[in-house]
Write a protein that binds this ligand. Structure first.
Ligand SMILES: Cc1ncc(C[n+]2csc(CCOP(=O)(O)OP(=O)(O)O)c2C)c(N)n1
Ligand code: SF4
Length: 278
């Protein structure tokens, strides 16, 4: 058996094209650190993403990677986990990818509780497409694409995850790489669907987010296993409360490799004899 890989060995030779100072560099460092801490190897892990600056992350690791279609990372990851349950599957998104176009998949992934770790790099903006408001953008964020702000109430991902059945809910801050790595490792270890919101500044379109490092603070209380209590706490916190906020005990969706796998030739034969409706 091969020895566990180091964080360095989880990083690929591709140089990230993120802007200097983007929070996503630290998320990449935290992910590779978490995987090394857990004693994994790149061939044990798959990183699946959609589209956005944050969704570039699979290419920067040496794990199996799938850089898919905008908003569709979760269904692709669910299919992969069903076919290869022995893999540790991480899913990476941004707030646009995960909560706008991918919002419906988010609800149902929480509800299904397949054993995935969902990491959303939340910068409250669409970075890749140059600064449009996202579901987590503050309603009064004034910029040239939404003068005076959108006036639309922002989405509350952590509470929505709890209401939809996620089994583990946490908030991290990219500026604290060690803390983010510990939270991601705990999320991977926890069975079922684990959701980690990482506050990850977009220094280009939201330069004021550099100030987040002064606003974040550790959660004052231990995680609860009571979803209603966790939701109440999160609804009333200031959005900068960092830590594991909920760790539930729901059994993950059961996956059996033998049931999930079907060789393409066998599937073609079933189509040919009319066993599977086209
Ligand atoms: C179907 C489709 N619609 C729209 C786009 C354009 N698009 C690419 S990335 C993106 C938003 C990315 O924002 P976010 O997920 O927050 O990631 P960030 O770039 O901020 O990390 C959009 C709208 C697309 N690629 N495909
Ligand atoms: S545009 Fe924003 S999110 Fe994208 S790489 Fe630059 S700083 Fe990061």
């Amino acid at each position: 058996m091969n020895a566990p890989a180091t964080a360095r060995e989880f990083k690929s030779d591709y140089k990230p094209v993120w802007c200097p100072g983007c929070g996503d560099y630290s998320v990449l460092a935290a992910v590779t650190k978490a995987l090394a801490t857990l004693g994994l190897r790149p061939e044990n892990v798959a990183v699946v993403s959609g589209i956005g600056c944050s969704s570039r992350i699979p290419a920067y690791t040496t794990c199996y990677g799938f850089h898919g279609v905008h908003g569709r990372a979760l269904p692709a990851a669910t299919g992969l986990k069903a076919a290869r349950p022995e893999l540790t599957v991480l899913v990476a998104s941004g707030d646009g990818d995960g909560y706008s176009i991918g919002g419906n998949h988010f609800l149902h992934a929480c509800r299904r509780n397949v054993d995935l770790t969902y990491i959303v790099m939340d910068n409250h903006v669409y970075g890749m497409t140059k600064g449009q408001a996202s579901p987590t953008t503050e309603p009064d964020w004034d910029n040239k694409l939404s003068p005076g702000g959108t006036g639309i109430r922002s989405f509350h991902p952590l509470v929505i995850a709890l209401a939809s059945g996620a089994n583990f809910v946490a908030r991290a801050f990219s500026g604290d790489t060690g803390g983010t790595a510990r939270i991601i490792a705990a999320a991977i270890r926890h069975p079922g669907f684990s959701f980690v919101e990482v506050l990850s500044p977009c220094v280009t379109f939201r330069p004021e987010q550099r100030g987040w490092k002064e606003r974040v603070h550790p959660a004052a209380v231990d995680p609860t296993d009571d979803a209603a209590r966790a939701a109440r706490r999160i609804m009333t916190d200031d959005g900068f409360n960092i830590g594991v906020l909920y760790a539930g005990a729901r059994a993950p969706y059961p996956l059996k490799r033998a049931d999930a796998r079907c060789e393409p030739a066998a599937l073609e034969a079933q189509f040919a004899c009319g066993e599977v409706a086209p």
